[in-house]
Design a protein around this ligand. Structure first.
Ligand code: ADP
Ligand code: MG
Length: 751
């Protein structure tokens, strides 16, 4: 805990005690204490300065980078490692001892006493198991040790992680395996440092128990298929084609005093109750506004920590909702980007604490204001080809680009259900299923220029590209700008943004691995389809590449154009139109998750060696369980808060009104009982709502996982919503000094 916020320790409120804090003593509800702690906050006198240590000196200072490897490893070992990291060749286990010893020396020079295999279980979290470098010797001393074997393989017990039935307790062994393609790094702590080694996590039978293994497998599959298309176009250097990812992270910051005074935020990451504030986001005055000082200080420190880990954070800004912000890194190879994204989430949370705030990564912490997404920008490229989704100035004559772009279109069309399934979660339902960006219907935004090119292809062949032109502002002192070929569309779940696709349906709290695995694999399948067609055509007529490309593109665009939609994804008309086009509209996790194991998805994942049928089903089982657990926890919390915080406040106020009424009557005055009537009816609704929810929870009898999800979705969540409506109405009439929970106004606007 930082001592910088000196006032915090003396005012840390406890929650749940609201029932005992009397309404008359207006200053002692946890809420009141929180408000006063926040308003009396003394700002952080600590400073970081980038003068003494320039930002670039921090960059990768805690990473076992290629440069460090080159300095510390024998040439042959270094070269062998690079062949694996850059070209995807098989790792030579023979070099492990030498690498281990070099990593250990480097880490110990940086103060490391322990090493940890870092892995990514199906919970979406980051897991770590630490081991000391020190081993006791027979003469009573110790020796620092780190062998190749310890680098390559670990055996965390980890049997409590969900495996969706893959690991029965009798076969509970799970192994972590060094992923050399994601660099090792040092994790700092005020009391020491730890060497962290990114690893895959697999069962005794070799099945993937984690989120990383399928990412690596899917990258391998995509590379293999992409090489075939490149060969058709005469590029045979074999440079590894990697999928690239740049995830934009949205998040909320609230003062920690509020966070601790709200059991729902603390335990569920979102507010289960809370009336809409009179001022919400309607003025859009937060979006891209000046970043509040405390927030900017937090961002600077978080960025410094991320720099140290070699995470290339680039942009920061206020987002649409009050209290909402965004950070985005420069894109990296998908596997590394996924690991870095996990570090990013941890760093944001950890750093926020130091500044007396809580970082909320939940997709919908506050009803009625925007939720948080994590737009995953995706492309593919290689060291010799560069970015293969870069259309250039004249896309119509960039055949190779058009083939890859058409492969993406086909992939999204064929596997829209899978794409929806991989972003399904209890939290994300509040964005995708509600009237918020982006909708649950998966469609592609192509923009004017590409739409036009593909239209021409459909009609026989493309001969021109709409020019991008220049942007004239009409002010002489402002320079003319080259205009982008296409505008943006913020309502599209899958948008072409100039030289990449942006999958915008991913939730703020989700690991990006699932979406990456899905994108890599569905696109590998479509690239395979394209390669096969082109190879067949060339076998018949070696000069016929152009005709083959035109016929392939025409076939794809004719079949798959229903997925393309450049209009407003929020509109009612689109929902109707999408239905006409036969596109899926899976509003909830309960609807969407089963599509993870659809026949087409299962066949594809097994064909490309990404996930076996058993591995795929284990994921469905795990995610269904997580969904039910999340809803279950929220429901119990809602019940608890309604009973122990809201109900007591309600009857206290009701009693106040009733005694006022009785007292006035006793001395001969009239009392308008409107408010008392309203309170009485709301108290009744509250009691009914509590009873109904309690019933819904109790009714959650065993059934199939599908049935349990449906029960959560169709019975529990609606009961929670009904209860919430009553509570939110109560919040609007109960005396302010009695209301126990920090309000939206307070949480979102007191900085
Ligand atoms: P915007 O808000 O306009 O979408 P941002 O700068 O916030 O733009 O985010 C764009 C993201 O797209 C960045 O993370 C960037 O690195 C990423 N990106 C750019 N080019 C590629 C690419 N070829 N592959 C993957 N991601 C990319
Ligand atoms: Mg974006």
């Amino acid at each position: 805990m930082s001592t910088a916020f000196a006032n915090r320790s003396e005012t840390t409120p406890s929650f749940g005690g609201a029932a005992s804090s009397s309404g008359q003593s207006g200053g002692t509800t946890p809420r009141r204490i929180a408000v006063s702690a926040v308003t009396n906050r003394i700002s952080n006198p600590q400073t970081i300065n980038f003068v003494d240590v320039p930002a670039q000196e921090y960059y990768s200072s805690n990473v076992f980078t290629k440069t460090v490897m080159k300095d510390r490893l024998p040439k042959s070992v270094f070269k062998s490692l690079m062949r694996t990291i850059d070209a995807g060749e098989k790792l030579d286990p023979g070099i492990a001892d030498v690498v281990a010893s070099a990593i250990k020396d480097w880490a110990m020079e940086k103060g490391a006493t322990h090493y940890a295999h870092i892995f990514y279980p199906l919970t979406g979290m980051t897991a770590e198991k630490h081991d000391s470098f020190l081993s006791p010797t027979s003469d009573g001393g110790t020796l620092s040790e780190f062998s190749g074997k310890q680098l390559i393989q670990g055996e965390p017990d980890g049997s409590s992680f969900p495996s969706g039935g893959i690991r029965v307790t009798s076969q509970a062994r799970g192994y972590t395996i060094w992923d050399v393609t994601s660099p090792a790094y040092i994790l700092e702590n005020p009391n020491g440092t730890t060497l962290c080694i990114p690893t895959a996590f697999v069962s005794w039978t070799g099945e993937a128990l984690d989120k990383k293994t399928p990412v690596l497998r899917s990258m391998q599959a995509l590379n293999k298929q992409a090489q075939r298309v490149l060969k058709v176009f005469g590029h045979e250097d074999g440079a590894f084609v990697a999928s690239t990812a740049g995830p934009e992270q949205e998040y909320f910051l609230v003062d920690r005093n509020f966070y601790y005074a709200r059991p729902d935020l603390l335990n569920a990451g979102r507010t289960l109750f809370g009336a809409k504030p009179p001022k919400g986001q309607q003025f859009d005055d937060h979006y891209f506004g000046a970043i509040p000082e405390r927030v900017l200080a937090f961002m600077c420190e978080a960025e410094r920590e991320l720099f140290k880990l070699g995470i290339p954070v680039k942009t920061r800004h206020n987002e649409v909702a009050p209290g909402q912000f965004e950070v985005a890194p420069v894109f990296e190879s998908a596997n590394v980007a996924a690991d870095h994204q996990q570090q990013m989430m941890l760093t944001l949370k950890k750093t926020a604490e130091k500044y007396g705030m809580a970082c909320l990564l939940h997709e919908k912490p506050f009803a009625g204001v925007n939720g948080s997404g994590k737009h995953v920008n995706w492309s593919l490229g290689s060291s010799s080809q560069g970015n293969m989704l870069d259309p250039g100035a004249t896309p119509h004559d960039n055949a190779q680009f058009l083939v890859f772009c058409a492969a993406v279109i086909r992939a999204v069309y064929k596997h829209q259900g899978l794409l929806r399934a991989v972003v399904a979660s209890a939290g994300n339902d509040h964005r995708l299923g509600a009237n918020e960006a982006p909708p649950a219907i998966i469609s592609i935004f192509l923009g004017d220029q590409l739409t036009d090119v593909f239209e021409q292809i459909k009609n026989g062949g493309a001969s021109s590209s709409l020019p991008s032109g220049t942007l004239e502002v009409g002010v002489d002192v402002l320079p003319p700008l080259p205009k982008d070929a296409g505008d943006r569309n913020r309502t599209s779940p899958f948008a072409f943004t100039g030289n990449r696709f942006e999958f915008r349906a991913v939730g703020a709290n989700q690991s990006i691995s699932g979406p990456l695995v899905a994108m890599n694999t569905i696109i590998a399948e479509s690239v395979d389809f394209c390669a096969t067609k082109l190879e067949e055509a060339l076998a018949k007529d070696p000069e016929g590449l152009n005709a083959a490309v035109q016929s392939l593109l025409c076939e794809i665009i004719t079949e798959c154009s229903p997925i393309i939609f450049n209009g407003d994804g929020y509109s009612e008309e689109w929902h109707k139109e999408a239905e006409k086009r036969g596109l899926l509209n899976l509003k909830t996790t309960a609807d969407a998750l089963p599509l993870l194991v659809s026949q087409s998805a299962a066949e594809m994942f097994s064909k490309y060696g990404v996930l076996s049928e058993r591995e795929l089903h284990s994921r469905l089982e795990t995610y269904q369980e997580q969904y039910c657990m999340t809803v279950g926890v929220e429901a119990n919390l809602a019940l608890n808060i309604a009973r122990t915080m809201i109900f007591p406040a309600a009857i206290r106020y009701q009693n106040e009104l009733a005694s006022t009424c009785a007292n006035l009557k006793a001395v001969g005055y009239e009392f308008d009982t409107d408010t008392l009537d309203c309170m009485t009816s709301l108290v009744k609704s509250l009691q009914d709502g509590i009873a109904t929810l309690e019933h819904a929870i109790a009714d959650d009898s065993a059934g199939t996982p599908d049935e349990q999800c449906r029960h959560c979705c169709d019975v529990i969540l609606p009961s929670m919503l009904t209860l919430r409506q009553t509570v939110d109405k109560l919040e609007e009439i109960i005396a302010d000094d009695i209301w126990p929970l920090p309000t939206y106004q307070e949480m979102l606007f007191i900085k």
